[in-house]
Each structure stands twice: as structure tokens, then as C-alpha cells.
Design a protein around this ligand. Structure first.
Ligand code: NCD
Length: 307
């Protein structure tokens, strides 16, 4: 296993499967009355968040605590955070604290890569700009595999603001490594330049791809990253790219609906679809803890022999 988890683009098939298999074991811990393993006792995990996030931060925090690590939450916000210099200063502080793992979320793509060069511990990318969010993709893959029994050969459709989505990028790389056929669906303005280098099919017509999809993964429209108007109105967006009950009915009966959260109900996904039994939204959150336990365990020196 590698020392850092910075992206899924460079994650090998063997390592991806090792994380998923280890996460299966970690999930059994969640079913016990004492939800704790002694494995990372005496190790320090720092949550370094330069961008707001409750879901991902608490998920990493719970994962580290279930492995008995000491956890420090280090939240940095404000005007100086986008400057490389302040990141380096923070890295030096973390070194002085003896961090064994640094979980980093940053608004700038590539920030965790920089950090990895400056600290001795493992760096886990918890979302960097529009680049990657590897543990989200791993928990999505874990969720798909648990529900459908496999990933290889499945058709996965990723819908929405692909341009600004690190979740989409990490899923595209990971799911294609795991043998799925990935289609991205978005308005032409929200399809990234260079998408032809990705291992995906691009479509602008959601209704055309739904009947052939085993999994439909909806993305949040990332307003905070939009510097221009990418679509006319919310209503128009929902009409063409939102997942409502009619579209759910057009999907195969066994097909899953996924969303990384936070959801904008009524826009990208209708409330009744988000709450339907076909939706894995709540499972994704629970699985996130198991997958992050697996990643922390493996990066901090765990072996195939789980405790
Ligand atoms: C995602 C993120 O931050 O990239 N959310 C998350 O990790 N909880 C998706 C999103 O914000 O849309």
C-alpha cells in the first residue's frame, strides 16, 4: 500500500480492492456494541480543513476514533489560506505536533500533493478544489459492491456539475479501474475541457441513458465554485438534468440512485427519489466511516491481516 492517498487516478486495482475488502471487515466493527479497535492507539490523526465540511470531517474523525487514534481538528479559514506559504507554515506546525496522518481538505486543487512533500506522515486527500475526493469514490464503490454484488461490467451514469466536481473525477478513475463503464451526463457548459481523455462516454441526454444504467450518481451543483452563469434557471436545470419520480421509473428496477451529499432537493434530485428505497444516500454516509477506517489503517502500516 502507498504512503499517501491523494487521488484515485493513480490507485492500482490491487490497492483499490484491498481498501474495499478491508472496509468490509471494518463495517463489522460498526455492528458491535463496543465500536472500537485498538489498532491506532498512540497514533495522531490531524483533520486539516481549509474548507467547510461537516460530513466528511466528522466521518474521518469517527473513523480515526474507532481505531483508537488521537484526533485533532485543525480548521483554517480566511483570506490567507489559498497562499502556498501559509500551507507550508501549517505543515511545519503539524510536523512539530508529530502527526502520523493528515487528512486535508483545501479549496485549491493540488494542495494535498504539496503538503505530502512537506510532512513525514501520510496525507489523505479529503477533497481538493475541483480535482479529487478519493475516499468519497471509495465509499461509493463500496456501496455499489455491497448493494449489487459487483462493480465490473456495470453501467454507471454520473449526472450534473461534472465540471466542478471532484467527486465525479475520483469516481471516473476508480470505477473504470474496477471495470465499470462510466457515462457522464451534463449540460454542455458543465462538461470539462479535456473530457475526451477520460475513460468515459459523454451524453447530454439524461433520458436516453437512464434505461441502460445500473447506477445513477447525482452531483450537487457547485454554486460556490461558479464564476459565471452555466445554465439559464434552476427550473430549467431540474427539467433537463434533475432526477424525479418519472425518471426513476425509467431506470431498471434494480438500479441504484446515489448522491454524495449535501443534496439540493428539488433541483438535482426530487425529495421522494432521495428518500426512496432505491437511494443509497444514508448508506453512503455509514459506509464512509468503514472505508475511511480501512484507508487510515492501511496507510498507517496495517497489513492484509486485519486485527
Ligand atoms: C462533496 C464534496 O465536498 O466534494 N461533499 C462531501 O464530501 N460531503 C460533494 C459536494 O460538495 O457536492
Amino acid at each position: 500500500m502507498m504512503r499517501h492517498l491523494l487521488s484515485t487516478q493513480d490507485l492500482s486495482l490491487d490497492d483499490a480492492l484491498l481498501v474495499l475488502d478491508t472496509a468490509e471487515y471494518m463495517a463489522t466493527v460498526a455492528d458491535r456494541s463496543v465500536k472500537k479497535l485498538p489498532t491506532l492507539r498512540g497514533r495522531t490523526v490531524v483533520n486539516l480543513f481549509f474548507e467547510d465540511s461537516t460530513r466528511t470531517r466528522t466521518s474521518f474523525e469517527l473513523a480515526a476514533k474507532r481505531l483508537s487514534a488521537d484526533v485533532i481538528n485543525f480548521s483554517v479559514r480566511g483570506s490567507s489560506v489559498s497562499k502556498g506559504e501559509s500551507l507550508k507554515d501549517t505543515a511545519q506546525t503539524l510536523e512539530a505536533m508529530g502527526a502520523d496522518a493528515v487528512v486535508c481538505r483545501h479549496p485549491a486543487s493540488g494542495a494535498p500533493h504539496r503538503l505530502a512533500a512537506w510532512v513525514r506522515g501520510s496525507v489523505l486527500n479529503a477533497g481538493d478544489g475541483t480535482h479529487e475526493h478519493p475516499t468519497q469514490a471509495l465509499l461509493d464503490a463500496f456501496t455499489i459492491r455491497r448493494r449489487l454484488g459487483r462493480i465490473e461490467g456495470l453501467s454507471v451514469t454520473i449526472v450534473g456539475d461534472v465540471l466542478h466536481s471532484r467527486v465525479a473525477r475520483s469516481n471516473v478513475w476508480l470505477l473504470s479501474t474496477l471495470g465499470a463503464a462510466v457515462t457522464v451526463v451534463a449540460p454542455p457548459t458543465l462538461v470539462p475541457v479535456g473530457v475526451e481523455q477520460w475513460p468515459v462516454t459523454v451524453s447530454y441526454d439524461l433520458d436516453a441513458v437512464l434505461p441502460g444504467s445500473d447506477v445513477v450518481m447525482m452531483l450537487r451543483v457547485q454554486r460556490e465554485r461558479m464564476t459565471a452563469a452555466f445554465f439559464p434557471t434552476e427550473r430549467e436545470y431540474a427539467r433537463r438534468y434533475g432526477l424525479d419520480a418519472d425518471r426513476l421509473a425509467a431506470m431498471p428496477l434494480s438500479a441504484l440512485v446515489m448522491h454524495p451529499g449535501p443534496m439540493v432537493r428539488g433541483m438535482e434530485i426530487a425529495s421522494d427519489v432521495a428518500d426512496s428505497t432505491r437511494s443509497t444516500v444514508v448508506e453512503q454516509v455509514a459506509n464512509g466511516v468503514s472505508v475511511r477506517m480501512a484507508v487510515l489503517y492501511l496507510l498507517l502500516g496495517g497489513t492484509r491481516e486485519v486485527p
